[in-house]
Design a protein around this ligand. Sequence first.
Ligand SMILES: *Cc1c(COP(=O)(O)O)cnc(C)c1O
Length: 456
Amino acid sequence: MNASATSTSASVGGPGLPQERRVVTEIPGPVSRELLERRQRTVARGVSHVLPVFVTAAGGGVLVDADGNSLIDFGSGIAVVSAGNAAPRVVERVSAQAAQFTHTCFMVTPYEEYVTVCEELARRTPGDHEKRSVLLNSGAEAVENAIKIARHATGRQAVVAFDHAYHGRTNLTMALTAKNMPYKQGFGPFAGEIYRAPMAYPLRWPGGPQACREQALDVITGLIHTQVGEENVAAVIIEPIQGEGGFIVPPPGFLAGLAEFCRSYGIVLIADEIQTGFCRTGDWFACEHEGVVPDLITTAKGIADGLPLAGVTGRAELMDAVHVGGLGGTYGGNPVACAAALGAIETMEAEDLAGRARHIGDVMLPRLTKLAEASGRIGEVRGRGAMIAIEIVEPGGITPDPATAGKVAKACHQAGLVVLTCGTFGNVLRLLPPLVIGDALLEEGLSILEDAFTAL
Ligand SMILES: *Cc1c(COP(=O)(O)O)cnc(C)c1O
């Protein structure tokens, strides 16, 4: 059977796709299974997948597969298509740009779109100080560059990252990422001068959430003082809400305290907002909820609706400390990716997607809280806006229960709901719908999740 021949009428993506869940085969269906076999013969085994349905169209809150199933999307391709898959403003700008020119290399002959994206980054990121940006291709590359800039500007080498952190899979970012399996196993040696501090993780702080609020900052700054020395630290890098590590939300005031500590020792505070940025948490950036202005901020994922683009934005004096020619890359800030970013940002503004994210949180939190009370297997419901997770534990305590998390995810997939797991212990279900998802699909997705718990 030929995959393209069996594609359904839903051959065009975007918000015009019927916004419905429709499961017409087992999941994955026969066409996807055939494609999976081809994949296994040719794609490296190290590249995993959550759910092997092969997508032919997507938009609004659904993914349509090669067998004609329409799945509710609570993943957004890992918090990327926040403005919706194939969003009209993105498609229009990308098509027009691709017809005009696809590449010159900004370092050879520049173009306006790159500059406009940097203007948007300066306007949207926290703080009204003078800013500069550099554009890159991936989140990991943005993090690498933020570290390069911080080291160059301070003349120091040490970098402090946190337990449960995720910053990417390149050599330097693997060293910053906390979790061994699958990200680091067998891939060393890792970059030097990286120090790890405990994360302010209320549920799992020894002594509990209240102790976390009171102690976390002291423990971390004490560790930096005794084990590293403040004057050796170039940067502290933190995700304001940790993503892959389990959607861990530090207690109120923690980030502001950390920023204050960094400021008083001339340490560059890098906020990795690659997953939290661009309206996902109900504001343009998650730092804003805490009134924190980082020195450097890394962005990717939600910035360009799925085209590869990332950025480092920060204080002009730090960014411009680097010599001419010290930053860049062949593709960074590709014009088609920049066009996508401008379309995504325009959509976020025009459709108030930050407001939509807050609404999604308001719909999800009460239902999930009720689910937690009923099931006894949910240790915590947490997150902000449209970045919400439930941490699954063994009843009566907080022992992580990844097997149940996997079972629930699988049941959701079979019913036509794409959900992702995360967390250092693999026991967190994370919900990241596109911000343009309609309320009916949102509620239906939550019902599927509830049913999956009932069926346990
Ligand atoms: C995804 C992610 C990265 C890495 O981004 P890539 O584009 O996959 O390299 C870095 N930091 C955070 C917080 C992320 O969520």
